[in-house]
Write a protein that binds this ligand. Structure first.
Ligand code: NAX
Ligand code: K
Length: 480
């Protein structure tokens, strides 16, 4: 599991730890880890040309101390001081004592650099790069050097992953003590490159429940349901799928395709497209509807390709089993009916649908995903999976961490891929997973399946994603 904490919690933990350590010890740990990571990236430190971009705070301090270490190992290190009067005094003295030099012309040193360290701002930065830093950050990016962000790419918002102005784009980020939410959430995440975490001893001082977390293979392996010797189809769960219409018959087929690979014991399709579903999947149970007459299910998926069938959405929401609402279902749902439910509800909007549910602009939702997913979840009393470049999942209990899916790929932006995800997540709900786990495991498997499909051929189709789910599931169960 990757775990991220908000800045106020990082600062509180730092304060606790610093009170027990000699002055400067924490910064020395950070700088040692940073210099070691740079040495790994460089391969050979002696003779390497390194440029430090140094801001006015402790982030610049870490960078100067790491620069001193690299200079002592024979690198030619230049520091570009963006706020010369406010550069970290002890760090600058150590850097110069080690043979590091302050650059007169930032652009001249950047043009020949092998490695650039971005120490403009860390967790204290907000509001994007200041105008004076913008041309320097651009020159760093354009120089051909490997760009390493110190703690965070300068210019991104640590707590939300927003990028409010221009931000530096790094190839790698070396972060200290814990991940920050912005390192897991786009658009900041895509500025960070590969993230390496340096342990500075903060762990015992951080709250045990993080603000944001990302599942990794072993976490998903533990959560996925596994049939036992006692299993029969009802014990493994029956998932009801109310999807598709004469206008969108494919949605029925794709939702069932996802549901069949989600671990439920059986899939019961309810709606007008039973013939199309059975033609593709003879193992599916089909019923013309309405949902109340279709027989027992342990969870429902309602909405993909449903058209304007409001009654179906109302009937499904009135049931006492977990319900996933997607696509047309999100447009047709009665918010009071969702809030009145006693069984769990999982809503799976993309940014446009989330914006409609919140009464905001789509661009606002895309820029501030974390805020949007939390707000939606609180307003509807439901678990919400917000799809997008980073898929986020929030439970209605605000004490639980938001999950950021690490597996998505731009190839998933293809028609019908959301239908497959809905079927898959609904199937995991029917198999008994709590909504937060069902949604985050589904997003993870779906992303992994898309990556597998894309490794065979691109562009991928949604049906190929559904087809690769079995192999993705196997990858997680049997890591090599
Ligand atoms: N406190 C500690 O002992 C430790 C701190 N660490 C480092 O310290 C950093 C936090 O240091 P600070 O709190 O000094 O904050 P930063 O160094 O992140 O930046 C704060 C400074 O930048 C200015 N600033 C804010 N937004 C800006 C922007 N958009 N453009 C330019 N300047 C901007 C502020 O006026 C302030 O002077 C961490 O990210 C980490 O790198 C690590 O060394 C671990 C230990
Ligand atoms: K930085």
């Amino acid at each position: 599991m990757r775990t991220a904490h908000r800045v106020e919690k990082v600062r509180a933990a730092e304060a606790e730890l610093m009170a027990r350590l000699p002055d400067g010890a924490l910064m020395a740990r950070a700088a040692a880890g940073l210099a070691a990571a740079c040495a790994d990236l460089l391969g050979r430190v002696y003779g390497a040309r390194v440029v430090l971009l140094v801001g006015s705070g402790d982030n610049g301090g870490d960078t100067l101390w790491a620069g001193a270490r690299l200079a002592r190992r024979g690198a030619a290190v230049h520091a570009v001081l963006l706020a010369p009067d406010r550069a970290h005094a002890a760090g600058l003295a150590a850097f110069q004592a080690a043979g590091g030099r302050v650059a007169d012309d930032p652009f001249a040193v950047l043009s020949g650099a092998d490695l650039v360290l971005d120490g403009i701002t860390g967790i204290g930065g907000t509001g994007g790069l200041r105008p004076a830093a913008v041309p320097v950050a651009r020159a760093a990016r354009g120089s051909g050097a490997v760009v390493v962000a110190v703690d965070l790419p300068s210019g991104v918002e640590a707590d939300s992953g927003e990028v409010r102005g221009e931000a530096l784009r790094a190839d790698a980020t070396v972060t200290f003590g814990t991940d920050k939410p912005g390192l897991l959430i786009d658009p900041a995440r895509e500025h960070a490159g590969t993230v390496r975490l340096v342990d500075i001893g903060l762990g015992p001082h951080l709250p045990s429940v993080p603000d944001v977390e990302s599942l990794q293979h072993p976490d998903v392996a533990v959560l996925l349901p596994e049939p036992s010797g006692e299993s029969d189809k009802y014990r493994r769960g029956v998932v009801g799928v109310a999807a598709g219409s004469a206008r969108y018959p494919g949605a029925a087929v794709l939702t069932v395709a996802g549901a069949l690979r989600g671990g439920a014991g059986a899939v019961r399709y309810v709606g007008p497209e039973g013939a199309a579903v059975v033609a593709r999947f003879p193992e599916a149970l089909v019923h013309a509807g309405p949902p109340v007459k279709a027989g027992r299910v342990q969870a429902w998926v309602v909405g993909p390709g449903l058209g304007d069938d409001e009654d179906t959405v109302g009937q499904v929401l009135a049931s006492d089993v977990p319900v996933l609402v997607d696509a047309d279902g999100l447009r047709l749902l009665d918010p009071d009916a969702v809030r009145a439910r006693t069984a769990p509800t999982l809503l799976t909007p993309h940014a446009g649908e989330a914006a409609a549910l919140l009464g905001r602009d789509r661009a606002e939702v895309e820029a501030g995903r974390l805020d949007a997913v939390r707000e939606l979840s609180a307003r509807y009393g439901a678990t919400v999976l917000l799809k997008g470049s980073t898929t986020l999942i929030a439970a209605p209990d605000p004490r639980l961490p938001v999950r950021a899916d690490p597996m998505g790929t731009p190839w998933l932006a293809t028609a019908g891929s959301g239908d497959v995800l809905s079927g898959l997540a609904g199937s995991l709900l029917a198999a008994g997973l709590p909504p937060l786990d069902a949604a985050s495991c589904a997003a993870y498997l779906h992303g992994l399946a898309a990556r597998r499909a894309a490794a065979v051929s691109t562009p991928i189709t949604s049906y190929e994603v559904a087809d690769a789910l079995g192999a993705a599931w196997r990858d997680i169960r049997t890591p090599d």
